[in-house]
Design a protein around this ligand. Structure first.
Ligand code: BGC
Length: 274
């Protein structure tokens, strides 16, 4: 597999999806592969499925592989899993997938992956300023990108607004669970995004998740300061973002390694210390 390709995997509540991504244009280099998410969604069952999603494309040893997960990930470790089996908390996801797939991976939050992907190749391509990405699905995912830098694990969907966790009443899943029509849901969305604007003052808001396909049903009715626009990469954003983030992370790690090897080679200075 060429260096211009990285593999992305997106772990979702209903499906685990993967594809090799062309890093030049953010497009899938081969058709996307999907396996239903095993139930119960325990770490071993999911890691086995993720491994299949990776090995299917036979990545070479130096191909970057990125995996997006629907919870907080800090230094490879799962810290929250609001919509998955709770046995996930504390699991070293990076290590677990490495064991199953026999390939090193980079892991990150799914909304962070989507936001990164949209900034690289999609709706916010190369934009400066503060960009807020939100994904409306089972939960609400968020990504904050300021002048091109991603601030990971923002979790704005878990903001408590009017005494309740926002994603419980503003996520796409709440629309059906609470039996809301579009207008009823839009009232909730307006409340959520009003609060986001009050706290973050974004220059641009991007809305992803399956429901963004129907963006014309709700985005034009929201009244906000910042432009609010649909994601462009749609369902592929998590895969594309995870792949490109992994490629960038691999490059950084490579640079660091080379720099420290160079440092180690440097002869100690002969100047006596004062
Ligand atoms: C999780 C986030 C995730 C979002 C979308 C939320 O419930 O806490 O980490 O990004 O769902 O999957």
């Amino acid at each position: 597999m060429s260096k211009k390709i990285a593999v992305g995997v997106d772990i979702g509540g209903t499906g685990i999806k993967s594809a090799p991504v062309n890093l030049k244009n953010g497009k899938f280099a081969e058709e996307r592969y999907r396996i239903p998410t095993p139930q119960p969604s325990t770490p071993d069952a999911i890691a086995r499925t993720v491994a299949k999603c990776i090995t299917r494309f036979e990545p070479s040893a130096d191909t970057a592989v990125g995996v997006a997960f629907p919870g907080v990930i800090q230094h490879g470790v799962v810290k929250t899993a609001a919509n998955l089996d709770e046995s996930w908390i504390g699991v070293n996801l990076r290590e677990l997938i490495r064991q199953h797939a026999g390939h090193d991976v980079f892991v990150m939050n799914d909304a962070d992956a989507a936001g990164f992907g949209e900034h690289r190749y999609g709706a916010a391509h190369g934009a400066d300023g503060v960009i807020l990405m939100t994904t409306l699905g089972t939960g609400i995912g968020s990504a904050l990108i300021a002048d091109g830098e991603l601030v990971p694990n923002t979790e704005f969907g878990h903001t408590i607004i009017d005494g309740e966790i926002a994603e419980h009443w503003a996520a796409e899943s709440a629309r059906t669970r609470l039996d809301l029509d579009w207008d009823g849901w839009i009232v909730n969305l307006q409340r959520f995004y009003d609060e986001m604007e009050k706290l973050l003052w974004p220059d641009l808001i991007i809305v992803g998740g399956g429901v963004s396909k129907s963006h014309h049903m709700f985005l034009p009715k929201l009244n906000l300061r910042a432009p609010i626009i649909p994601a462009e990469l749609r369902n592929g954003a998590g895969i594309v973002g995870a792949a490109s983030w992994a490629a960038a992370a691999a490059k950084r790690a490579d640079k660091r390694e080379k720099a420290s090897a160079k440092d180690a080679q440097k002869k100690p200075s002969k100047k006596p210390k004062k």
